[in-house]
Design a binder for this molecule. Structure first.
Ligand code: GLN
Length: 244
């Protein structure tokens, strides 16, 4: 693992700005699923008061929030270039909603202003005609992960560059609001070290297979499955729920 000892270090980026949807719960899920496998894990909250944000985390998490919080978060992250560099190269990064948009080249708001993103991924975001709000189900592009469930609440419509693949094909809901190369509506993005999605939930609480995929990437270990009957029941409820 990236740290000097064998502890998995999970950095929650700017929970003070991008905490609206409780996406920091993704850190709790990763840490607990690691510990259940005997892997020590530590969660670091990296707030806007940090003057030397750590660049050695094994996983970085960036959540969703309002447009103003999103632009402030982007400016803050851009001030420490070694951090975005680590997010895209040495760590595994999960970016949700505003976090996903921040990973891209640019995003525009409803008043027509365009702001630069971190440029870690070839994607752009513009405001859609209607806000996308509700439950989402997608089929995940990562082999073995299966269906993803979550909820969305965003105005942004994200277009992926030609070299990028969505994290999932949308079965229900909106997601990116654009089509993938095969003409299916897509959600999020799966790139080398960065996974992005519009799904809140927190997404890893609802989708343990995605959590384990991230843990396997971060630790380089194959993890034994965990049997959690309550979680299976909850997933079934979300995946079979018919209407919004
Ligand atoms: N402000 C962004 C949008 O509305 C992100 C919202 C969110 O993070 N839920 O598109």
């Amino acid at each position: 693992m990236g740290s000097s000892d064998s502890t998995l270090v999970i950095g929650v980026l700017l929970p003070d700005a991008l905490g609206t949807y409780s996406d920091s719960g993704n850190a709790v899920v990763l840490a607990q699923r690691a510990r259940w496998r005997g892997i020590p894990a530590r969660v670091l909250d990296i707030t806007a008061t940090a003057t030397a944000p750590p660049t050695g985390c094994d996983v970085y998490l960036l959540g969703g929030g309002e447009d103003s919080a999103q632009t402030a978060a982007t400016r803050w992250l851009a001030r420490y270039p070694a951090l975005p560099e680590a997010m895209a190269t040495t760590a595994v990064t999960l970016a949700v909603c505003a976090g996903l948009q921040i990973m891209g080249r640019s995003m525009s708001d409803r008043s027509g202003h365009t702001y630069p993103g971190l440029g870690l991924l070839d994607l752009t975001t513009v405001p859609g005609r209607r806000r996308a709000v509700g439950e989402v189900v997608t089929t995940c592009a990562i082999p073995g992960v299966g269906q993803l469930t979550g909820f969305e609440n965003h105005q942004g419509v994200s277009t992926l560059g030609d070299g990028l693949q969505p994290l999932g094909q949308v079965v229900r809901g909106v997601g990116n609001g654009t089509l993938d190369r095969s003409g299916h509506p897509g959600d999020g993005v799966v790139a080398d070290r960065i996974i992005g999605t519009y799904l809140h939930g927190p997404v890893l609480a609802r989708n343990p297979a995605l959590a384990d995929h991230i843990l396997q990437m971060a630790t380089g270990r194959t993890l034994e499955p965990l049997e959690l009957p309550d979680q299976h029941a909850l997933r079934r409820t979300y995946l079979t729920r018919s209407a919004r």
